[in-house]
Ligand binder design. Sequence first.
Ligand code: HMG
Ligand code: MG
Length: 297
Amino acid sequence: NYPKQVKIVEVGARDGLQNESAVSTADKVTLIDALANAGLKHIEAGAFVSPKWVPQMADSAEVIQGITRHPGIEISALTPNLKGAELALENQVDEFAIFTAASEAFTQKNINCSIEQSIERFRPVVELAQKNNIKVRGYVSCIAGCPYQGKVEPEQVLSVCKQLLALGCYEISLGDTIGVGTANQIENLLTLLLEHIPAQRLAVHFHDTYGQALANIHKALEMGISTIDSAVAGLGGCPYAKGASGNVATEDVIYLLQGLGISTEIDLERLAKAGWQICDALNKAPVSKVSLALKNT
Ligand code: HMG
Ligand code: MG
């Protein structure tokens, strides 16, 4: 009983590149334009975070000003506080993304406050968004484990999700930041969350550190989740989660979905090309197995 259609949120240009130093603004613009041409409709293009914390995202305004905007393609950006939200608004971002975690330790390291303080900090962000008819997505990191405190209880994930929904988020993205979750753990977590939250309001955001992302996505699809975050070429990682590797590769997710007969309207070949292009700029090969396989056929 898979969903008939799946929404892909492409996070390569943000999550993928926030860990890469020395990517030019022009290369980021080329990447995002290529992703749009491949058919991606939801593209996270940057982060209006402190440049002292994540210098890699300091050119987000220039990137967003440089890309070609198309009707029907939503551009989103991270907005950790009012300052970030104001910058995102100035740069005509279609969707804000606020982010906190189910782990106190990670929240401190990543955004320098407690979970409770983060929620308070997001209030004016959501108010600004609502005044301007901008949708707000909420991220919860460390849903399956934390690089600093280890175990994270599903009840804690639920509590943070509920707080973000109460604030006004239309969707919550569940981040396995360090990619430690396995299918049975994800099943247990989603079983609890789905008792309280409709499936349409949940997205999954799996990093592939332990190679479990596709298995976890398959489990989530079986449970009715129809929004998947992924990064072209499997780029990614979080600078405040040591050892966290890339997001699940968009190419691999599209291949899985095609095999399951789920429509995505994404051109896999163009997508793979976009991945090779940014990887050439990074002087490495894509992590996507599908991309590597296509290259050899
Ligand atoms: P802080 O140091 O506590 O904040 O940082 P502050 O308000 O004291 O500001 C410090 C300085 O930053 C000031 O500059 C501010 O003006 C400036 P100064 O006066 O010293 O010159 N500043 C800003 N500049 C530009 N844009 C802003 C902004 N805010 C403050 N928005 C803060 C708190 C939240 C700002 C900081 O901790 C931060 O930026 N953190 C972001 C960390 C980050 O981006 N992490 C990666 C993204 S999350 C992730 O990857 C996980 C995810 O993928 C899901 C998953 O995988 O789990 C989403
Ligand atoms: Mg992430």
